[in-house]
Each structure stands twice: as C-alpha cells, then as structure tokens.
Design a protein around this ligand. Structure first.
Ligand SMILES: *Cc1c(COP(=O)(O)O)cnc(C)c1O
Length: 462
C-alpha cells in the first residue's frame, strides 16, 4: 500500500513512512493511493468480535508489510488495554432510532485516545526497530495534546512538545498536559489561538533544515495513522446495529474534519452509511461551506466546545482531493488561495461533497439546552461537543438509525455542564487528584524562531 500527497508533489511513501512523517513535503496530506474494500460478508463477519479483533480486520489492509500480523495484533492489544470499558466504544440509546457512541473511555477521556494510543505503540515499535529518535510537535485545541502526552510520555526515543493556546483550554485539559513530569514532555502555552498554534506547526514542517535537524514528526489529526484508527469504530457501531444488512447514519461533532473523514473512509470501504452529518459549533466554517460552496475564514470565537473552535479545518483537504477527482494541482491551488482568506469550490466538487456529507450547527444556547434536555429525557450527561452533535443529529433523524459520536467525557468540561444542568459532573476516580498536581508549562510568544530555538535547546539538554 502506497501513500500519496493531496498536493501531488511529494514522494510516495509506505504506511510506516507516512506515519512517521505526518505532513507531506509539498504541504499536502498523505492518503492511500487506493482505498481497500470490505465485502458485505467481510463486514458481517465483524459481528460479535472484540474491538481489538475488529480493529485488526479493518486496519490490516492499510498497513501493508510494515508489521507482521502477530506484531500488529500485539500493537493493537497494547493500545486499547488502558481503556476503562471492555467494549472500548460502547453504544447507548438516546431515543427511538438515535444512538450515542461513547468514545471517551480512554486514558484522557476523549476520542483522541483511540488514535493516539495506537500511534504511540506504532511509533515505539517502529523507532525501536529502526534505532531512531524523533521530535513530536503537536498543536492542540485541548484534547490532542493530552492524548499525545499520555501516549508518548516516558519514551526514550521521543520528545513531545505540545503547543496549546494560552488561556483557551479548560482547566482539566490544561492540567492533563502540564502535570505529567516526564523529562520528554514539554507543554508550551502559546500567545494566540488554536489556528496560530496550527500555523506555527505547519511553518516548522516547512522549514526543512529544522524539520530534518530535529527529526520532526507530526501526530496531529493530519497524520494518516490517526484517521485510520478512527475508521474502526464506525464499523463496530454500525455492525452492532445490523450493518451491512441495515444502513446507518452518523453525526460527528467536527473541528479539524479528522473524525468525520474517517467515517467517509469507512463508507468508501463498503460500510453502508446513508448520511454523514458534519456538526459544528458557532465556529461554523464547514457548515457555511456546505451551504454556500465558499470556504471563507472568519475569526475564531471561543465557545463552550473549545476542541471545535477552528477555522482552518486541516483534514477537509483530503475530502477536497477526492471531490476534485484526486487532482493534486487543483488542491494546491485552492490552498494557495486560502492564504488570502478564502476559496470557492467548483460546482462539480461541491456536488460530490454534498453526495457524502450533510451539515448543521449548534449555537451556544442550543448546546446548553441539549445537555439539560438529554439528561432529563434519558439520563445521559453529554459534554458540550457531544451535545453539538446530538442537536444536529436530532435534526437529521429519519427511518435510518442515527449514531451520534460522543467525543469527550462530560467531566472534562465541568463548567459548561454545570451551567446547563445545575450539577457538576465528577471526574473518574483515577483522576481525582489531578487538580492538585504541580504544573510544568512554558509560556511562549507566537514566533517561529523563538519556538525552534527553544525546541533545539530542550532536546540538547536530554
Ligand atoms: C478533537 C475533538 C473534536 C473534533 O474532532 P476533529 O477530528 O478535529 O473534527 C470534537 N470533540 C472533541 C472533544 C475533540 O477533542
């Protein structure tokens, strides 16, 4: 299996190389040259398997010969051993025909653990075998950072630097990033918003001297291995509701378009998905794009669902690549136009996108209202991101079962939940003392040279 760049101008890589690299050298994102498919019989055979067994069957064809079957099984088993639910991704029912896929039973209580725990094991295996070390730099709107730190802390051949927007993540998200005291973990609070963090990360990848010098690796949601890990729960949840014999729909709370793009891959692989619904908060660039065909940046307005406070939705580039008939030149041109703030999608490409995706948005007031309504109607306590999904999911109910993804545990966002329903959600017992642990964090300006120097110094000290 070969991986190619969405901008058509970077070397083809193997799965392992694409995973260790992250962003392509032409600024594009890696995608498989062709999407492997599963027959209805293959999909039906997932019924009754453990999450790990299903994960192996779904992901195996994408990995090629990077790992033997046995190695890959061990990697998967280790990745999900730390989850606190035997089903890993349990499905609960909210209402007739509406289901919630709980993706928050991993070590940092957000769905990011599904991909990051796997990537941690994959990196460790690959780097040990190649006797190499890497520097991971990640930008986070809150949950990626803690998931990455949890997955890579304590590893000898990895340094992990996480850039988060100063003052714009919840207390618990910040504590999860700043309280680990491993020498290879570096939490950096940047003066700016999430898009600034993401832009600085891209700049580092485009500075080839720095990139090669520190052996920069990216684990943001642009990393193909992360998208791949997320494909699995679309299959397991659909199969438990009767796929492939019955169609299902999904609503996905969306920021960087990684999670919903994984759903699109599941569909391309053969999973009978009727609708894939993009749910955004008030930062609704994706919803506006689906309505108007124009992708236009607007400022980020901080919301109660901070992990979706995004304007530049990186993985959307992968959907554009397919919608433009896999024309890397066309995608490169759109991204060039975006430097001035916007681009317009061709009519043909828009039709393809609308064939696969619908969209909706939830305001702050609607999000809060859904948290209290769902608590009253079925006893489920939703985090604000999941509530955005449930609001939009409800608007898209039909005869087909709707599965809305619950992306974080409510206790990660206690203030919003308390505001909505008057009671404060409690952290799981293993995190009880987190709020009292000492923090290790460095405040940094929104300046590339400053960041690169700091990273080089920290690595040299180890
Ligand atoms: C990251 C995140 C999202 C958005 O996921 P994308 O893959 O970036 O679209 C939604 N909810 C939570 C809790 C998250 O951490």
């Amino acid at each position: 299996m070969k991986y190619i760049s969405t901008r058509g101008n970077a070397p083809e890589l193997s799965f392992e190389e694409a995973m260790l690299t992250g962003l392509a050298r032409d600024g594009g994102l890696y995608v498989p040259e062709a999407i492997p498919t599963m027959s209805p019989e293959d999909i039906a055979a997932l019924a009754g398997l453990s999450y790990e067994e299903a994960a192996f069957k779904v992901m195996r064809p994408f990995v090629g010969d990077a790992f033997t079957d046995e190695e890959f099984k061990v990697i998967i088993a280790r990745a999900y051993a730390g989850f606190r639910h035997d089903a890993r991704a349990p499905l609960v029912q909210l209402a007739p025909n509406h289901y919630l896929l709980e993706l928050f039973h991993g070590p940092t209580l957000a769905f990011k653990d599904f991909a990051m725990q796997l990537i941690g094991q994959l990196f460790q295996f690959s780097l040990d075998r190649r006797d190499e070390r890497v520097t991971i730099v990640g930008a986070t709107s809150g949950d990626t950072g803690s998931a990455a730190i949890e997955a890579f802390r304590g590893l000898d051949n990895v340094d992990v630097f996480i850039l988060f927007p100063h003052g714009r993540v919840s207390d618990i998200q910040r504590k999860q990033m700043t309280t680990p005291d491993d020498a290879n973990v570096h939490a950096l609070a940047l003066d700016g918003d999430f898009d600034d963090c993401q832009a600085k990360l891209k700049d580092m990848f485009n500075d080839f001297e720095f990139r090669d010098g520190v052996k920069l690796a990216g684990v943001n949601s642009i990393n193909w291995a992360r998208v791949l890990a997320q494909v699995v729960y679309f299959f397991t949840s659909a199969v438990s509701l009767g796929a492939p014999h019955r169609k299902v729909s999904f609503t996905v709370p969306t920021g960087n378009f990684g999670d919903i793009f994984a759903g699109y891959i599941a569909k391309k692989m053969g999973l009978p998905i009727e609708k894939l619904v993009i749910a955004t908060n008030q930062n609704d660039i994706l919803h506006r794009t689906m309505e108007s065909g124009a992708y236009t940046k607007d400022g980020v307005t901080p919301s109660i669902s901070p992990s979706m406070d995004i304007q530049v939705s990186s993985n959307f580039e992968r959907a554009l690549f397919d919608a433009y008939g896999r024309d890397g030149g066309a995608v490169a041109q759109l991204m060039e136009e975006l430097k001035d703030g916007s681009f317009t999608i061709s009519q043909g490409a828009m039709e393809t996108l609308r064939d696969h995706f619908s969209s909706g948005r939830a305001s702050e007031a609607e999000t809060l209202a859904v948290i209290s309504e769902e608590f009253v109607s079925c006893g489920e306590v939703l985090c604000p991101h999941s509530a955005v999904g449930v609001k939009v999911g409800k608007e898209n109910l039909s005869g087909t079962p709707m599965i809305t993804l619950a992306t974080a545990h409510p206790a990660k966002f206690p203030d919003a939940v308390e505001q909505a329903m008057g009671a404060r959600p409690v952290l799981p017992p293993h995190m009880d003392d987190m709020m009292h642990r000492e923090e290790h964090v460095t405040r940094v300006p929104n300046d590339l040279e400053h960041l690169e120097t700091l990273i080089k110094e920290r690595i040299a000290q180890r």
